[in-house]
Design a protein around this ligand. Structure first.
Ligand code: AMP
Length: 393
């Protein structure tokens, strides 16, 4: 059965087509700069990467070209071969604890939840509507980035603010990157042969989050009401004292919108290093003794360690820890510094075993108190799996 896994942003659309249940990737790619000038798309098929420039005025243009490419490349013979289309949807609020088949009601709810995710849900909806129009017979499924975290107990998701903010306006921790944390949890359940493990899953990419998994379910997570909480990220601040916001507004002539934009686009590794939001550039800076890069990396590592330590205590017992995401999978020095900082918990790692990028591997020694794995995360396959399972019932 052919299933498309889709991640639509405001000006981009990433896709991956699978043969399910084998989970074989048939074709993948990305449309970029939709609705702006110099639009282009890249497709990867049979190990070959093809880049083409084209006009993409909206998401529907991208979907039409995608269909044309699927037919021309003989990935499908006709449209009715596409049985399901799974869409990543950033915010499902407290309405969705699982992936769901998209009906008119679901579309309405995703739209209503746009007030919680004004940058993401409207973009996700554009993708959903474009595919509904161009491939009307396929089953559309929404896979939410928040759903996995819906098992958190109240003490993990309530903020210490006036309670009516929660009851009237939905102010609470929702958590994000749930599709990735779910993938990591399912993978570790298989590896450990334990259906109810206690885990700490670290998704360290340009955005980053850490989750505590208790008895196989999400118990706590570092992202919060918005995707700017918890860890120091590429260009996001993570946790800060909220009083900084009005203080900076009073000291500069910046509006609330500008200060909020600074906190998500000019902070994190970029803000502290002054060099880049990309951890590779920060690593280069460190190798050149750039003091601010050294400081940015220290803040980054300290915050990760803080969350792991907090979750270790919350969980009481941890069966495994894992790293994923661009940094978690590839940055040898970041993993090393985090694990060295956790030595007091009895975590022992092997420098030789840690010297690799981008594969599944155990990096701790046999006598380590907690085994630590590197797991290349795969959000696309999770979307395809949930879509397939909902179709197969
Ligand atoms: P993601 O958002 O998961 O794509 O992750 C992006 C982050 O991964 C960026 O900060 C990259 O610098 C980082 N990253 C990707 N490849 C490497 C690498 N080989 N070494 C260090 N960091 C990397």
């Amino acid at each position: 059965m052919k299933i498309l896994s889709v991640n639509a942003g405001s000006s981009s659309l990433k896709f991956q087509m699978y043969e399910m249940p084998e989970e074989k990737v048939l074709i993948s790619g990305v449309f970029e700069r939709i609705g702006i000038d110099n639009s282009l798309y890249t497709i990867k098929i049979n190990g070959e990467k093809i880049k083409k420039e084209t006009v993409l005025t909206n998401h529907k243009d991208a979907v039409r070209i995608l269909i044309k490419e699927l037919l021309e490349n003989k990935v499908i013979k006709s449209l009715d071969e596409i049985k399901g289309i799974g869409h990543r949807v950033v915010h499902g609020g407290d309405r969705y604890a699982k992936s769901t088949v998209i009906t008119e009601d679901v579309i309405k709810t995703i739209d209503e939840l746009s007030s919680l995710a004004p940058l993401h849900n409207p973009a996700n909806l554009m993708g959903i509507l474009a595919f509904k129009e161009e491939v009307p017979d396929a089953v559309s499924v929404a896979v939410f980035d928040t759903a996995f975290h819906q098992t958190m107990p109240k003490e993990s998701y309530i903020y210490a603010v006036p309670y009516e903010w929660f009851t009237k306006y939905g102010v609470r921790r929702y958590g994000f990157h749930g599709i990735s944390h779910d993938y990591l949890t399912r993978t570790l359940k298989k590896v450990l042969k334990n259906d109810k493990p206690n885990l700490i899953t670290c998704h360290l990419g340009n955005g980053g989050s850490i989750s505590a998994i208790k008895d196989g379910l999400c118990y706590d997570t570092s992202l919060g009401f918005s995707p700017n909480a918890g860890l120091v990220m590429g260009s996001r601040s993570g946790d800060i004292d909220s009083s900084i916001i009005p203080y900076i507004m009073s000291k500069t002539d910046k509006s609330l919108e500008e200060v909020m934009s600074d906190l998500s686009k000019k902070s994190g590794l970029l803000g502290v290093s002054g060099v880049s939001s990309d951890s590779r550039d920060v690593e280069d800076g460190i190798n050149n003794n750039n003091e601010r890069c050294i400081l940015a990396q220290k803040l980054y590592i300290n915050r990760v360690i803080e969350y792991i330590a907090k979750y270790y205590v919350e969980l009481g017992h941890v069966d495994a820890l894992c790293f994923a995401g661009g940094i978690g999978e590839n940055s040898i020095s970041t993993r090393k510094e985090i694990l060295e900082g956790l030595a007091c918990l009895g975590i022992k790692f092997d420098e030789k075993d840690n010297d690799f990028r981008g594969e599944f591997k155990l990096i701790t020694k046999k006598d380590s108190s907690i085994p630590c794995y590197v797991i290349p995360t795969d959000e696309e396959v999770m979307i395809a799996r949930d879509t397939y399972n909902l179709i197969e019932g």
